[in-house]
Design a protein around this ligand. Structure first.
Ligand SMILES: Cc1cc2nc3c(=O)[nH]c(=O)nc-3n(C[C@H](O)[C@H](O)[C@H](O)COP(=O)(O)OP(=O)(O)OC[C@H]3O[C@@H](n4cnc5c(N)ncnc54)[C@H](O)[C@@H]3O)c2cc1C
Ligand SMILES: *[C@@H]1O[C@H](CO)[C@@H](O)[C@H](O)[C@H]1NC(C)=O
Ligand SMILES: *[C@@H]1O[C@H](CO)[C@@H](O)[C@H](O)[C@H]1NC(C)=O
Ligand SMILES: *[C@@H]1O[C@H](CO)[C@@H](O)[C@H](O)[C@H]1NC(C)=O
Ligand SMILES: *[C@@H]1O[C@H](CO)[C@@H](O)[C@H](O)[C@H]1NC(C)=O
Ligand SMILES: *[C@@H]1O[C@H](CO)[C@@H](O)[C@H](O)[C@H]1NC(C)=O
Ligand SMILES: *[C@@H]1O[C@H](CO)[C@@H](O)[C@H](O)[C@H]1NC(C)=O
Ligand SMILES: *[C@@H]1O[C@H](CO)[C@@H](O)[C@H](O)[C@H]1NC(C)=O
Length: 563
């Protein structure tokens, strides 16, 4: 994890265009659509709806503007944003019983672009199986891989890596788009020794670590080059892409920052369904109400969205009642059953010096790298962390399957992610980092899978190509008992910050769930949830790409509805 504060820089941007800081600057408070939360998904929706010049859209974002926040722009420096800072909600978890009762910080961005403004920028879509399972669970073929691919393409703009190297053989262009909005690119800086050894390992251990030309094809298994939401050596967030100046110039798109939505207001009953007239929000010490004449869209993220719902009386009435909140819609699934990927890292030290430590442990080199990025958006600051990712399945004969049915979505879906970094970046350790995380929530299953993930990483570094370089693991986790290993894991695991599932979609007639497959809230009209809250099961991937695709498709559904 990135943690050490280095420098936090900001400059005042000359022009905020239609991104307003003060509610008094807005021409009015009545819009066709209100989007609560200007994050990853919310800005996609606002951008797509305002393609229709007849739709007036207001985005209300609780956090600050992203403009001029260098630590967000420079891929390498994102660690400086983590809190407590003004860019963060500063959340911590409740004590986690599976993790020795530890209380963990849980990053959520409090800025335009949401978590896409401070995330790790890994671009991974998940497996075709993941999306086909969403289609099965919801009864909506629109969520299936074949149909959602179009929306991945609407979002994605494959861009040159920062160093403009030849990317042939590093990805499969036929499963990508160059016409979308958010930039996606291959690693933009060369680490020759590390790259050679990682790729050579796929030849020496091809059964366990086969090379996969493109892990974003719907079939992720194997080891491939990492793809990142980076363009021109700079972070591409939903704020820098969907709110680029060509879009903020639209007369019908207004974005207000420092505006925190507290609840939906003015409920009425129309043909047996609840319709809300608008939202209440605060700016500073003042309260305001904004009216929506067509729809309200909640895009406040997996934590923020159920928070607004429950304050509005939408949730489990047995929870709302004791809090003194009158129930408007009794939807017991609100806020329950969230999922994330447990994560821990293991580190090996090596005897070559071409690692991130050559930068992080050398002030001169660090300053040179900063100056290089500042001048041309190139160099080691143009990327962050892992350069390759391996997506792996457990051995089908594993004993764990005696007690657990396979939670993965299908045979082409990984249980384990290993991500390989040429160093540990901004953490105080030496050697090539090796980051592990897995994809399911079920404590015994997780422990088993994390142990297997570590063993897999240990085998990786036993490949012949590493033997002239590996000095050893920084911690001996190789010849210890299962109990000792479990104890280590329970102390080491942190969240991946891939939280999903707090307001899930389910079939139209299902008793549980919060939204129907077109993301309208059950029992309400003109009220949708469009963000990572709606995934009924976590994708076997980092979650931003899937969130972008969901938002792109949902925006299309809204446009069709109001055509
Ligand atoms: C530290 C970190 C690293 C990550 N790394 C990766 C990665 O490398 N690759 C990847 O694919 N995914 C990654 N993720 C996950 C990914 O970024 C998220 O799943 C995704 O961005 C979620 O999008 P969202 O639209 O659901 O929510 P968000 O992007 O969080 O947007 C919600 C927005 O709503 C605002 N908001 C909340 N409440 C209110 C309110 N009451 N009123 C007004 N505004 C409100 C928030 O400030 C925020 O801007 C990471 C996440 C984190 C936190
Ligand atoms: C998070 O903490 C920082 C530092 O104390 C503070 O400035 C910021 O306002 C906090 N964020 C929120 C959303 O309260
Ligand atoms: C630190 O970096 C500078 C500039 O690249 C280099 O000249 C110097 O040798 C480095 N120092 C060490 C100890 O590696
Ligand atoms: C970045 O460039 C600007 C000029 O474009 C210069 O003023 C500033 O000092 C540079 N910062 C660093 C860290 O190199
Ligand atoms: C699983 O067990 C079967 C039957 O014992 C065996 O044929 C197969 O090779 C095993 N698979 C793996 C991946 O070890
Ligand atoms: C399966 O569950 C049984 C009963 O709890 C337990 O004894 C056994 O060790 C479990 N097997 C595995 C592989 O975890
Ligand atoms: C370190 O590097 C040297 C020179 O490349 C090599 O001969 C040696 O075997 C390496 N390995 C270890 C583990 O020191
Ligand atoms: C673990 O044990 C094996 C076999 O005895 C040995 O080869 C290996 O070096 C040990 N690993 C560590 C890290 O001590």
């Amino acid at each position: 994890m990135l943690g050490r504060a280095l420098v936090t820089l900001a400059y005042l941007a000359p022009c905020f265009c239609k991104v307003y800081e003060d509610v008094a600057q807005l021409p009015g408070l009545s819009y066709d659509f209100i989007v609560a939360g200007g994050g990853t998904a919310g800005l996609v929706v606002a951008n797509r709806l305002t393609e229709n010049s007849k739709f007036k859209v207001l985005v209300l974002e609780a956090g600050v503007s992203n403009v001029g926040v260098l630590d967000s722009e420079i891929p390498f420096l994102v660690g400086n944003l983590f809190g407590p800072t003004i860019y963060e909600w500063n959340y911590t978890t409740t004590p986690q019983s599976g993790l020795n009762g530890r209380v963990l910080s849980y990053p959520r961005a409090h800025m335009l672009g949401g978590c896409s403004s401070h995330n790790g920028m890994v671009y991974s879509r998940g497996s075709a199986d993941d999306f086909n399972r969403y289609a099965d669970l919801t009864g909506e073929p629109g969520w299936s891989w074949d149909q959602i691919l179009l929306y991945f393409f609407k979002n994605e703009k494959i861009s040159a890596p920062a160093d403009h190297h030849n990317i042939q053989g590093q990805f499969n262009p036929s499963v990508h788009s160059t016409k979308g909005v958010t930039s996606v690119s291959l690693p933009g800086f060369d680490w020759p020794i590390f790259y050679h050894k990682v790729l050579q390992t796929t030849k020496e251990l091809p059964e366990e670590f086969p090379f996969n030309l493109d892990t974003n094809s719907g079939k992720p298994l194997g080891l491939g080059w990492r793809q990142s939401t980076i363009g021109d050596g700079t972070r591409s967030s939903s704020a820098t892409s969907y709110l680029a100046s060509e879009f903020t110039q639209r007369e019908n798109l207004h974005v207000l920052v420092h505006a925190q939505v507290s609840q939906l207001v003015d409920p009425s009953n129309v043909a047996g369904k609840v319709v809300f007239g608008g939202v209440r929000f605060s700016q500073g010490a003042s309260q305001f109400t904004a009216k929506a004449t067509k729809e309200i869209i909640l895009s406040a993220g997996t934590v923020g969205t159920p928070n607004i719902l429950m304050h509005s009386g939408i949730g489990d009435q047995t929870i709302l009642k004791p809090l003194g909140i009158p129930t408007v819609l009794d939807l017991p699934s609100v806020g329950k059953g969230v999922q994330d990927h447990p994560f821990f890292s293991a580190v090996w030290s090596v005897n070559f010096t071409q690692t991130l430590e050559s930068i992080t442990q050398n002030t001169t080199r660090f300053d040179e790298a900063f100056a290089e990025w500042n001048k041309s958006h190139t160099g080691p600051f143009a990327m962050l962390g892992p350069t390759h990712i391996a997506w792996l399945r457990l051995d089908p004969n594993s004993s764990i399957f005696e007690n657990f049915t396979d939670p993965s979505a299908g045979q082409d879906t990984p249980h384990i992610e290993l991500s390989f970094s040429p160093g540990v970046g901004l953490a105080p350790l030496t050697g090539p980092g090796n980051f592990l995380s897995i994809g399911v929530v079920a404590s015994d299953f997780d422990l088993f899978t994390l142990r297997e993930a570590l063993k897999s990483a240990q085998r990786f570094f036993k490949a012949p190509v590493w033997q002239d370089a590996i000095i050893g693991p920084t911690q001996n986790l190789e010849n210890i008992t299962t109990d000792a290993l479990d104890a280590f894991i329970r102390n080491a695991v942190t969240p991946s910050s891939h939280l999903v599932g707090s307001a899930v979609m389910s079939a139209r007639d299902a008793e549980d769930g919060v939204v129907i497959p077109d993301l309208l809230i059950k029992g309400a009209r003109a009220l949708r949830i469009i963000d990572a809250s709606v995934f009924p099961i976590i994708p076997s991937a980092h979650t931003q790409a899937a969130t972008y695709a969901v938002a792109e498709r949902a925006a299309d559904l809204i446009k069709q509805r109001w055509m």
